[in-house]
Structure formats: C-alpha cells, structure tokens
Design a binder for this molecule. Structure first.
Ligand SMILES: C[C@H](O)[C@H](O)[C@H]1CNC2=NC(N)=NC(=O)C2=N1
Length: 101
C-alpha cells in the first residue's frame, strides 16, 4: 500500500476491522482511552509524541485528567491514508505498555 494515498471506503473499513478500539469520524479516526493516572497519561502522550516524530505524522491529542483522545487524519491528502492506520496501531501498542485502556 502506498501509505500516503487516500484510502477508499472498503480499505478504511478493512483497516478499522483490525483496530477495534478506533472509530471513524468523517475524515478522521479516533480513540479515547483512560490511563491509570494523570502522570501515566502524560508519559503515554510523550511516547506517542516520539512515535509521531519518527513517523513524521502527528495526531490531534486531547488530555482531560486521565482521559486521552487521539485523532488521526492525513491533512496533506485530505483524509485517511495508511499512515493514519500505522500510527493508530503504534498508539495501541504504547497504550497497552502504559496501562491505558
Ligand atoms: C512536512 C510534513 O511531512 C507534513 O507537514 C506532515 C507532518 N505531520 C502530519 N500529520 C498529520 N496528521 N497529517 C499530515 O498531513 C502531516 N503532514
């Protein structure tokens, strides 16, 4: 898959099937999670920030005490691409490692 290409509806549905914690919201996918504590959430956000820099792909992040919401979209392509789903998978791994669910 050329990860920067916009995905069609069938491809988006197939990718979402693999990421049950994520939901579609128009041109974005989003996941909300709860960290064990405020500081654990902040440390998770820092780990996601490092992954985002590595990928040169950056989520929108909302922090409300222990509740974190991550939203992904490829702004340069005007919608969802493979880059969004790759980073979503990485965020899931980091969330598990930080005890967020
Ligand atoms: C130049 C650089 O690659 C772009 O600005 C990147 C940076 N991070 C990005 N993040 C996201 N989510 N979408 C983008 O289109 C995007 N573009």
């Amino acid at each position: 898959m050329a990860t920067r290409d916009l995905l069609d509806e069938a491809a988006i549905a197939a990718e979402l099937d693999k990421l049950p914690s994520w939901s579609r919201d128009g041109a974005e996918i989003r996941r909300q999670m709860k960290a064990p504590s405020f500081m654990a959430g902040i440390e998770l956000v820092a780990a996601v920030a490092r992954a985002a820099e590595d990928a040169d792909h950056h989520p929108d992040i909302d922090i409300r005490w222990r509740t974190l919401t991550f939203a992904l979209s490829t702004h340069s392509a005007g919608g969802l691409t493979g880059k969004d789903f790759e980073l979503a998978q990485r965020i899931d791994e980091l969330a598990s490692a930080h005890g967020a669910e």
